[in-house]
Design a protein. Structure first.
Length: 114
């Protein structure tokens, strides 16, 4: 299984960015896809995830600002980020949880300037 992420970059506070991730390989239908982030000096944390059935979980601080979505036919997951804040600055990682195993994409840097 491989995960290819795109998006990210530099944006001013209040701006928007969209992250996209495509999974390829031997992917079974029962899985959860999501996005994690890791800021300098901090542990990696779950930002949002979404099940094959569309159930979502969000980090409390991003609720109402970020929206996760997926296309099951294409095995893709997107994270629409709005009203970005400097504290959202981090490396964002795409994640696929399949049969209890975590697959990770390469991180993409999101920098929010104040």
């Amino acid at each position: 299984v491989q995960l290819q992420a795109s998006g990210g970059g530099l944006v001013q506070a209040g701006g928007s960015l969209r992250l996209s991730c495509a999974a390829s390989g031997s992917i079974f239908s029962i899985n959860v896809m999501g996005w994690y982030r890791q800021a300098p000096g901090k542990q990696r944390e779950l930002v949002a995830d979404i099940s094959i059935g569309g159930n979502t979980n969000y980090l409390e601080s991003v609720k109402g600002r970020f929206t996760i979505s997926r296309d099951n036919a294409k095995n893709t997951v997107d994270l629409q980020m709005k009203s970005l804040r400097p504290e959202d600055t981090a490396v964002y990682f795409c994640n696929l949880r399949l049969m209890g195993y975590d697959y990770w994409g390469k991180g993409t840097l999101v920098t929010v300037s104040s």
